[in-house]
Design a protein around this ligand. Structure first.
Ligand code: GLA
Length: 365
């Protein structure tokens, strides 16, 4: 019995670095995905293949220090699921993906979720998608070393065709927002990625936690930056390093932007959504400092084209992708224009394509 499982990558329309601060995000599952073709084995081994790379690991032999290769995404999910009481069997796993790796489109969540879903299904377990998302997030913390939030795994599990998901990451209450017809989200891949993305990500998270520590000393009911008003932050500004203050300012203002963007999207006010995207990008560039010159160039290039409502980096940052919200009839011209301008400024060729809001993980064969 061989089965095929598919989980999508994602873009995030707005709400960056808010998910590990109990805040709001607005991801969209995209029509690029990872498929895991899986055949059960009876020896509790996972024999995984991706391209020419093949790795075998045993579910009974978990190393104290994970090895840092792509297999840890699969092994990590399997180990966490077993720890949570889901006994699994071994499997041959063939991985194929058209989600570019290291581009900020969550290829890792697509891999974790497709493999985790498949392992649960092959073992005959009922699947709670939110529990699967949490297991995948923990796998990333423990086996990969990125202290990520839940956004990527959640949308890879729960994505819905035609919709963005406005998610409150504290309550996990979803609000599905239809993407209006006549508008497209263009993915613009800078084709650059900083080697220190994981370290930079964890440092940003630590800065946010340092800010909460200072703020909670003044107002003990503050548990996360989600609970902080700009006035709280301004009042505590002198008590924290300027860097920490600016990280916090990004998160506090970004949460407000997501809430406003959700209202604007629901009422079809694309100009307002676009303006909020641009504000978000500037905050990520100037306060959170996770953009790169290449990504800034892509965003500027998009904003210089007709038919663009807004543009911003998407995902964790440090390179990767920008997105642009564009009028559908202008999409091809915008793609060509951005490519040209980006090449003029950087000498690099950006990969640009429209994405279709898609469904979350499923068995497809
Ligand atoms: C990465 C993480 C997410 C989220 C984003 C930034 O994609 O995996 O949890 O923090 O960065 O918004």
């Amino acid at each position: 019995m061989t089965r095929v499982y598919r989980a999508p990558g994602r873009v995030n329309l707005i709400g960056e670095h808010t998910d590990y601060n109990d805040g709001f995000v607005m991801p969209i599952a995209i029509d690029r995905a990872t498929t895991a073709t899986m055949t059960p084995r009876d020896d509790r081994r996972i024999v995984a293949r991706s391209g020419r790379a093949a790795v075998t690991v045993s579910l009974d032999d978990v190393p104290a220090r994970p090895g840092g290769s792509w297999i840890e995404y699969i092994r990590g999910v399997a180990v966490i699921l077993e720890r949570r009481g889901h006994r699994l069997g071994g499997a041959d796993v063939e991985i194929e993906s058209d989600v570019p790796t290291g581009a900020g489109l969550s290829s890792s969540a697509a891999l974790e979720v497709s493999a985790g879903f498949g392992l649960l299904d092959l073992a005959g377990h009922a699947i709670d998608l939110t529990e699967l998302a949490r297991a995948c997030q923990l796998a990333e913390h423990e086996f990969v070393g990125t202290r990520c939030g839940l956004m990527d795994q959640f949308i890879a599990c729960h994505g819905r065709a035609g919709h963005a998901l406005m998610l409150d990451t504290r309550t996990l209450e979803p609000e599905w927002l239809p993407i209006p017809s006549g508008v497209r989200v263009l993915v613009c891949n800078s084709m650059t990625r900083h080697a220190h993305a994981t370290g930079g990500y964890n440092e940003r998270r630590a800065d946010c936690e340092a800010g909460v520590h200072v703020l909670a000393a003044r107002r003990p009911e503050i548990r996360a930056l989600r609970d902080v008003l700009l006035a709280d932050l301004e009042a505590a500004r002198a008590d924290m390093p300027d860097r920490v203050y600016r990280r916090c300012r990004h998160v506090v203002t970004e949460n407000a932007r997501v809430l406003r963007a959700a209202g604007a999207l629901a009422s079809g006010d694309l100009e307002a959504v676009g303006a909020l995207m641009v504000e978000s990008h500037r905050s990520l560039r100037d306060d959170f400092e996770v953009t790169t010159p290449g990504i800034d160039a892509l965003v500027d290039a998009a904003l210089g084209c007709d038919g663009v409502y807004g543009a911003r980096m998407t995902g964790g940052g440090f390179g990767g992708c920008a997105i642009a919200l564009v009028d559908e009839p202008s999409a091809a011209a915008v793609a060509a224009g951005v490519q040209q301008r980006y090449r003029d400024v950087t000498g690099l060729r950006a990969d640009i394509y429209p994405c279709t809001p898609s469904a979350g993980v499923s068995r497809i064969g």
